[in-house]
Design a binder for this molecule. Structure first.
Ligand code: URP
Ligand code: ZN
Ligand code: ZN
Length: 479
């Protein structure tokens, strides 16, 4: 049968290898990978890199934040922005707030995403109301409908869980085969310092970076690792920003635990100095905050040695009204937390990673590992026969001076940077959705991705001494 489309003459890169081949596409799938293919249509990729589309497994879209602020992006603008930066799959959050019924939250996100997304998407949940119904009914149902991961917060007044609730949620994840993603910062440290700062009249955004201490991140990671060990539940610590936090994950891994880490562009390419510019520093505030050059180096090392498993955007898009709701009277406690990053996540790593990571590592960190970790592989995250034809054709020499992006925040923290390497043509399931900077995708064409259990996330089957003792007494702990 004839091929619909051939991407010819390019250099294909996967997480394992780089090789010359044409990519033959029929319908939505890659069906052949070899030299000399011909098809009904051809895209000439000579001199270009042919990479799997990015998979961004941490982004906030059309979501009410932990502080109760709506993101500037909806499912259309966020996915359009992602596509322009070479990302073809996103996994945003369906956020439960206190009092919300989880099944209703999930249904609501499904209906909004279905109508607007231009690329494929899965969902994680945010669990902020782990009541009986959530834990016994709605969470298991969501997991079995392909929503196999959820985030919990150790800080933020409106969404944080107590230690007992964290253990409850982990037990539900263990029972039903899901991954727990953790926002790990010590709430007491942050709120105690923030109270003192505001009382002393220190209200500028730069004090946000003071209150979210390095120790607050490290303490929370160490604590939640112990909980995960007790329940024997794999966890992934999101947006890790400090050498101390990375070290805590490294040590957990050295003890054989399934503790994974994630970092984001803001921890590689921004520092606390970006926040220290008066009130406008709000635009660079996220939690945890960007740190310093030493922390950036630690993040690069963590990515290189696998302690940090994935590189995601944590796209949390807020315009000026979210960032400075009270104008000049805004203190750092009222600013929406988060920075946009969906579009520039890949071009930033491509540019600054040149002398640090290989092309295969680039693909792994931006695409393959996300698909593997979150149960989308090999449908997504690679270029292989049988995979979806989600492909970004990169011009490795293209220089782009960052001015604006396609999201709705009205700013980018990376304005003025000169990036080298850009996705010039982007395909999703065989369809060209971006061609030379122009969108060619219809609203609502994106499909929901039901995710499979990830083999990498099977529990260890290893008990802490007290759980082993219970088993020896024939009175095992009931999860
Ligand atoms: O500041 C951030 N990261 N905002 C987004 C919400 C979260 O905590 O990931
Ligand atoms: Zn978070
Ligand atoms: Zn986030």
């Amino acid at each position: 049968m004839a091929l619909d489309l051939v991407i010819s003459g390019g250099t294909v890169v996967t997480a394992e290898k780089t090789f010359h081949a044409d990519v033959g596409i029929r319908g939505e799938k890659i069906v052949e990978l070899k030299a000399g293919l011909s098809g009904e249509k051809t895209i000439d990729a000579a001199g270009k890199l042919v990479l799997p589309g990015g998979v961004d497994s941490h982004c906030h879209i059309e979501q009410l934040s932990s502080m109760g602020v709506m993101t500037a992006d909806d499912f259309y603008s966020a996915t359009v922005s992602a596509a322009h930066g070479g990302t073809t799959t996103v996994i945003p959050f369906c956020a439960q707030h206190r009092g919300d019924v989880l099944a209703e939250v999930l249904a609501d996100y499904h209906s909004r995403a279905r109508a607007k997304a231009v690329i494929d998407y899965g969902f994680h949940l945010i669990i902020a109301n782990p009541d009986e119904r959530t834990l016994q009914r709605d969470l298991p149902a969501a997991i079995h409908s392909g929503v196999r991961s959820f985030k919990i917060f150790m800080t933020y007044e409106r969404t944080r869980l107590t230690d007992e609730q964290i253990l409850d949620v982990m037990a539900a994840a263990r029972k039903n085969g899901a991954l727990v993603m953790v926002h790990a910062e010590n709430h007491g440290v942050i709120s105690w310092l923030a109270g003192r700062m505001v009382n002393q009249g220190n209200t500028l955004p730069r004090y946000h970076a003071i209150c979210h201490t390095r120790g607050a991140e490290a303490e929370a990671i160490e604590r939640v690792v112990r909980f995960a060990e007790l329940v024997d539940c794999p966890i992934l610590i999101v947006h890790v920003s400090t050498p101390e936090g990375i070290e805590a994950i490294r040590q957990a891994r050295a003890r054989g635990l399934k503790v994974f880490g994630e970092t984001c562009p803001q921890y590689l390419f921004l520092t606390a100095k970006d926040i220290d510019i008066g009130l406008q520093g709000a635009l660079f505030c996220c939690s945890p905050p960007p740190r310093d050059e030493k922390a950036q180096e630690a993040c690069w090392r963590g990515l290189k040695d696998g302690t940090l498993h994935v590189y995601s955007s944590d796209h949390a898009p807020y315009g000026m009204e979210g960032k400075l709701p009270k104008g000049e009277k805004t203190t750092f406690k009222e600013m929406a937390n988060g920075v946009p990053g969906l579009e520039l996540r890949l071009p930033l790593l491509f540019t600054y990673g040149k002398n640090r990571i290989t092309l295969e590592e680039f693909v792994n960190l931006t695409s393959t590992r996300h698909a593997q970790t979150y149960g989308l592989y090999p449908r997504k995250g690679t270029i292989a026969v049988g995979s979806d034809a989600d492909i970004a054709i990169w011009d490795p020499e293209r220089k782009v001076t960052v001015e604006t992006t396609h999201d709705r925040t009205g700013y980018t923290p990376y304005k003025g940077r000169v990036l080298t390497g850009w996705p010039i043509t982007v395909l999703s399931r065989g369809e060209v959705i971006v061609a030379d900077g122009k969108l060619a995708a219809e609203r609502g064409r994106g499909q929901f991705l039901e995710r499979a259990p990830s083999p990498a996330l099977k529990p260890l089957g290893r008990d802490v001494p007290e759980i082993a003792q219970l088993k020896a007494w024939n009175t095992p702990l009931q999860l």
